[in-house]
Design a protein around this ligand. Structure first.
Ligand code: DX5
Ligand code: ZN
Length: 220
């Protein structure tokens, strides 16, 4: 499955930009607060406006401090999936997962490249999605970090052996050159910003990435 990232879209035309990727599985919305990451993007009022017009379910990636305070609002406005960073949680991430699900969303846990999966194995059963960052969060257009694929393989193994029920998502540097190795490692959902919105035909880029991933996924 493919989730184009709006970070690489034209922010003055967000409605049209979601319409251009109507055949994607989710649309990925990067919320950055200039605290958890150095960059600043958009927040709840703008995400609410996107939710009202998007033909594709919203995948909100919250790169913010104090997710306990801010994340539930994104579930309440109708996002399909709300992902918080493990490194930003001050309380037990399982409590936040429960709040997100009670508000009707899937709950996602994101790990920065240097954050080990082992540290969060006890909380992951509370989550529906695991977002493995394959760049340092904050900016689009960075180079893919293949070393994070060990985390993907480990998560895939835990899912395939019935120890976890998770959608494995990857974010950062995914394009025609990197998607196959990520799919081989067992990714279910691929976030792609510049590779989709930087293409002349975003819809064709989605189809091409999806076909490449399907060819390389272990059980495909
Ligand atoms: C980076 C964001 C990504 C970004 C990916 O912090 O979380 O979602 O949009 O952009 P690309 O696909 O260009 O690396
Ligand atoms: Zn993201």
């Amino acid at each position: 499955m493919i989730a184009p990232s709006l970070l690489s879209a034209d922010f003055a035309r967000l409605a049209e930009e979601t319409a251009r990727i109507a055949d994607a599985d989710w649309v990925h919305v990067d919320v950055m607060d200039a605290h958890f990451v150095p960059n600043l993007t958009l927040g709840e009022p703008v995400v609410k406006a996107i939710q009202a017009v998007s033909p594709v379910p919203l995948d909100c990636h919250l790169m913010i401090t104090d997710p306990e305070r801010w994340a539930p609002a994104y579930a309440e406005l109708g996002a399909r999936n709300v992902t918080v960073h493990a490194e930003a949680c001050t309380g037990d991430p399982r409590d936040l997962a429960r709040d997100l699900k009670a508000a009707g969303a899937l709950a996602g846990l994101a790990l920065k490249p240097g954050t080990p999966l082992a540290q969060y194995l006890d909380v992951l059963p509370a989550f529906d999605t695991l977002l493995v960052m394959s760049v340092e969060p904050g900016f689009g257009g960075q180079s893919f970090m293949p070393e994070v694929l060990d985390k993907v393989r480990e998560a895939r193994r835990l899912v395939d052996t019935g120890h976890l029920q998770l959608l494995v998502e990857i974010d950062g540097g995914i394009n025609a050159d990197t998607i196959e190795v990520a799919a081989e490692a067992g990714v279910d959902m691929f976030v792609a910003g510049s590779a989709v919105y930087g293409a002349a035909d975003p819809s064709a880029a989605i189809a091409a990435l999806r076909a490449q991933a399907a060819r390389s996924f272990p059980t495909a």
